[in-house]
Design a protein. Structure first.
Length: 292
């Protein structure tokens, strides 16, 4: 299973009679899955459908979902409610004669409920619901492909960073500064400095300081962990899927080991390797933030 990016864009649009609809989905980075859906008033049922569909297809990312609905309906047309008008005329006919002039049509038509105004194609939801839901599916699939395409590019970049980390780790492992002679010479110089600083230094204290210096000079543990982290990250990339959180955790571990290696470096060569490691790890962490 390939990895996916959390960034992407998709659009799907169509028409249904006099109505037009268009979905737009923009996806950006997020800690979890955050769906932000906007639809016109009266189309809330489509908002709920969008949330369910996208929640089932994506694990992480902030998705901004927007539905626009347009209409080519003409101006509102007056419509006489004949039933209400007939009821009024019947009620008027039952009134006793009082010398008052009979009501005119212009007066009757001015009574609330006798005349209303309806737009052609008034029930837009029933017209666009089915095609818009089909369009939502198209947009979701297009977004999935956009994120997958970006994910393939991210995977290539991450594998390149991993190759660099593995190479630098091997260079640190085989660096001459890690040889016993180099470590012994460094310890001798530091012990000599200690003796010069305090002529009455206790031999037992001197032994403890020398042991501590030897431990600090050993980067075997850091190298072993870097090798292990490289193998673990390669394995994650092979499995794929929503692995962004795990990748982020491993990237932090890489950073810790690189920093410790820099601190323990007993020569400019190892320091350079440690700094190069920290640089490439930082670059990798920036890319990992985009992985689902």
């Amino acid at each position: 299973m390939a990895i996916e990016s959390m960034t992407g864009f998709a659009r799907a649009a169509g028409t249904a009679g006099i109505h037009g609809w268009a979905w737009e989905i923009r996806s950006v980075n997020g800690r979890g899955l955050d769906l932000r859906v906007r639809v016109p008033p009266g189309f809330e049922v489509l908002a709920e459908a969008a949330r369910k569909r996208l929640a089932g297809g994506f694990a992480r990312g902030t998705l901004h979902v927007n539905l626009a609905v347009t209409s080519d309906a003409g101006p509102p047309r007056p419509r006489v409610n004949e039933a209400v008008l007939a009821a009024l005329l019947e009620a008027i006919g039952k009134l006793p004669a009082s010398g008052i002039a009979p009501p005119s049509y212009d007066g009757l038509l001015g009574i609330r409920g006798v005349v209303d105004y309806a737009e052609e194609g008034q029930d837009a939801l029933s017209a666009v619901e089915a095609p818009a839901l089909a369009g939502l599916e198209q947009a979701a699939l297009a977004l999935k492909e956009a994120r997958a395409s970006e994910g393939r590019a991210l995977e290539a970049i991450l594998r390149g960073h991993l190759d660099t980390i593995a190479r630098l780790t091997r260079e640190a492992e085989s660096h001459p500064a890690r040889s016993n002679d180099a470590i012994r010479a460094r310890l001798a110089a530091q012990v000599e400095a200690l003796l010069g600083a305090a002529n009455g230094l206790d031999p037992q204290r001197l032994h403890q300081e020398a042991a501590l210096l030897a431990v600090r000079a050993d980067i075997r543990e850091e190298i072993d962990r870097l090798h292990a982290h490289v193998a673990a990250l390669r394995d994650l990339l092979e499995k794929g899927g929503p692995i962004g959180r795990k990748l982020d955790f491993l990237a932090q571990e890489f950073g810790r080991e690189a920093s410790t290696l820099c601190a323990k470096a007993n020569g400019p060569g190892l320091s350079r390797i440690g700094l190069d490691l920290r640089t490439v790890v930082d670059q990798m962490r920036e890319q990992v933030q985009n992985v689902e």
